[in-house]
Design a protein around this ligand. Sequence first.
Ligand code: NCD
Length: 305
Amino acid sequence: MKNLIDILELSTEELDELIALAEDIIARPEKYRESCRYKKLATLFFEPSTRTRLSFEAAMYELGGQVLSVSSGSSSSAAKGESVADTAKTVSCYADIIAMRHPKEGAPLVAAMNATVPVINAGDGGHNHPTQTLADLLTIWREKGRITGLTIGLCGDLKFGRTVHSLIAAMARYPGNRFVLISPEELKLPSYVKKDVLKNRNIPYTQTTDLEGALPELDILYMTRVQRERFFNEEDYLRLKDSYILTPEKLEKASKTLSILHPLPRVNEISVGVDADPRAVYFKQVLNGKYMRMALILKMLEVEV
Ligand code: NCD
């Protein structure tokens, strides 16, 4: 695996291997403590991040490696007008592997085409976010004991939510999964995702605006934040931002074995009253993200353990 730009670059066998490796890391962390000694990860984040950047960095430290970090565009030469290609060539001189987040769709791909070390897409605009999907898959696996035969509801901003696009692409390749797409009309899943990932491959899905109506049939509920930074005008955002607010009362209609995921950050879409519900697993998902990023770094650096 040279780069990870799109989750579809990983076969389901490779995804299963990453999950198995993450499970081994969880069970035997001491075995991996020196695995990346003398290796450096560069995190280049040109958009805000808490979990993704810090979990990549924690992952590398826990593997015994070191980290170089650009945590905002304004603190690097990008602010002087340097291209993504030149940045990638430069950082390749210092680091063994790069994780990049960028507001422009395709920027990590351009970086990968110019870097001489592996590049991981840590989120590109409203497009993809493959390593969040790795966190989501490990969470589903650990909660359900399988990634197959599930009814997955995705709720909120399905248009701009890059985590949604990558998760649907991954889950659609495992047999027996079906999707319930819950969003306001204006924030529906982009037609390219619907066509390429679902329709062309005869994956069952339904679309609705009604969260409460959909809840009883779901095994997984994946809530998302309305992506303010991708809107063209603030008025539209303000009108749509509170379209869905999950509360303990609404959850009374849901299955006792539902798992509630959210890539975070949350704004209003899950009330804090839900956090104590054992079905709420979004903070476990945060921790799972670190373990899957550890597994990914080991695979991409081809470290023998
Ligand atoms: C997500 C992202 O950046 O796309 N956050 C994350 O990486 N955990 C989701 C979001 O920002 O809404």
